[in-house]
Write a protein that binds this ligand. Structure first.
Ligand code: COA
Length: 344
């Protein structure tokens, strides 16, 4: 139950960006044993965008953020916090500070959130907490990933799925209408199944840090990261069983019936997952936003890209009930219910 004095959290603008270069299914067929028919029918994907060697996750994040900031018409110096959801940073210490510098939001605190494909939902939930507590007024939430740099392009079971991209939303405190904006969320983790989808760091057994005999061998690496490893069938089963239940719990907490959902924006992992979740919720597929055909799975970016496109193309209107749900590595998953209320 919301207190009368507590502000609510509203998305006031969105933005998104993908690299110019894309790879379609026919081009993949030239490098791995696959077909356009297999990829299209099993996943719904036709092409995916990938960054060049001159670009990084931060270029995409900055382009999406710039669009969201310009659409919001706020002064960038009023941004209090930048949350960058990414699992593919270009600096392990965090990339949000680079984003803060690029968008010239000098006042903003900034940090990364590592939660794979659930990252954007978790980012919005964190922003919501800071805003409801009165700590911050304006937060830039960004989901950006470049998994093309982490997949094994000779592994046909994974490389066909992923693409690069970024999406952003400016969220702000409002006391205007307490029945709109972010109405509720729920988040979950099942750490025992972290091996179902991972990019692991493997320390080099021959050169443990404590072994002084080898400590001075300059040039030897301490270890390395694997490429993306995934048990596709198990991840599929997990998504189709857990995501509908999470959405139902989230709606129940907000006292909203599934039949009142106007738009369902799920993490764009596989067209069949989108259809199965909608069917379990008994939601008409016309209410499901899907752009997976054009981008593949862009991890933390997929929900904000879909949200931005749906709003820009006039699908989403003020008053609409939107449910977003992310799921993926961790395993993590979470849902959020929003009543759209943007000042036009
Ligand atoms: N092209 C052609 N054949 C392929 C292929 C490809 N790119 N990838 C796998 N295959 C083959 C397999 O080798 C297997 O062959 P076999 O029957 O001779 O052993 C066959 O296709 C079926 O493989 P399977 O893994 O059962 O396919 P699937 O229907 O489960 O689809 C995924 C595979 C990965 C598309 C599906 O499991 C999936 O989408 N899982 C969820 C993944 C996901 O969303 N991850 C991210 C979460 S954030």
């Amino acid at each position: 139950m919301q207190s009368l004095t507590q502000p609510s959290t509203h998305i006031i603008s969105t933005g998104s960006a993908v690299p110019d270069h894309h790879i379609d299914n026919y081009q993949l067929k030239a490098i791995i044993d696959t077909s356009n028919n297999w990829i299209s029918t099993r996943t719904g994907i036709s092409k995916r965008h990938v960054i060049s060697s001159e670009e990084s996750v931060i270029h995409l994040a900055a382009n999406a953020s710039e669009q969201a900031i310009q659409n919001s018409m706020i002064d960038r110096h009023s941004i209090d916090l930048i949350l960058l959801a990414t699992s593919t940073p270009n600096d392990l210490f965090g990339s949000a500070s680079q984003l803060q510098a690029l968008v010239k939001a000098k006042r903003a605190a900034a940090f990364d959130i590592t939660a794979a494909c659930s990252g954007f939902v978790i980012g919005l939930a964190i922003a919501d907490q800071f805003i409801r507590s009165g700590t911050y007024n304006t937060v830039l939430v960004v989901g950006a990933d470049v998994l093309s740099q982490w997949v094994d392009w000779s592994d046909r079971t994974t490389c066909i799925l992923f693409g690069d991209g970024a999406g952003a939303a400016v969220v702000q405190s409002s006391t205007r209408n307490k029945q709109s904006g972010i109405l509720g969320f729920e988040l979950n983790t099942r750490g025992l199944e972290c091996n179902q989808l991972s990019i692991k760091y493997i320390p080099n057994e021959n050169y443990p840090l404590g072994n002084s005999r080898h400590f001075n061998k300059m040039g030897d690496r301490n270890g390395h990261y694997t490429t993306l490893q995934m048990n596709g069938r198990e991840v599929y089963k997990f998504a189709v069983s857990e995501v509908p239940q999470s959405i139902l719990r989230c709606l129940s907490k907000a006292s909203i019936s599934p039949k009142h959902i106007d738009w369902l924006i799920l993490h764009q992992a596989n067209q069949r997952i989108l259809e199965a979740v909608a069917s379990k919720l008994e939601i008409s597929y016309e209410k499901v936003i899907s752009n997976i055909k054009f981008y593949g799975n862009t991890s933390a970016a997929s929900i904000p890209i879909a949200l931005n496109e749906a709003f820009a193309n006039g699908y989403i209107c003020n008053g609409d009930i939107i449910v977003i749900a992310g799921f993926g590595a961790g395993l993590t998953w979470g849902s959020m219910v929003i009543r759209w209320d943007i000042l036009c």
